[in-house]
Ligand binder design. Structure first.
Ligand SMILES: [Zn+2]
Length: 89
């Protein structure tokens, strides 16, 4: 799990997600499943903590170690798009 503080944190992960063209499945608002390189899916949760910071947690090993994985970047891209739609709706 990591706290999103700036978009710069995600740059590498976003680039990787684009390169791999991973697949993101919508489960519910804030919960997504992102396809891993072995065809498996990782559950990613985009939430806000008590301080109002956006937190992203992914089930993969890299994320558990505090790395910003491309699964998180891919899920967040979808999440921010949906969040924007909700605000304008
Ligand atoms: Zn991950």
């Amino acid at each position: 799990m990591f706290i999103l503080k700036s978009k710069a944190q995600l740059e590498k992960a976003i680039a990787k997600a684009r390169k791999i063209r991973t697949q993101v499945k919508f489960i519910s608002f804030g919960v997504y499943e992102v396809k891993g390189t072995k065809g498996n899916f990782y559950k990613v949760k985009c939430e806000k903590n008590a301080a109002g910071e956006r937190t992203i947690s992914c089930e993969c090993l890299g994320s558990e170690r505090g790395f910003v994985c491309y699964h998180s970047a891919a899920a967040l891209a979808l999440h921010t798009g949906l969040a924007r739609q909700r605000q304008t709706a």
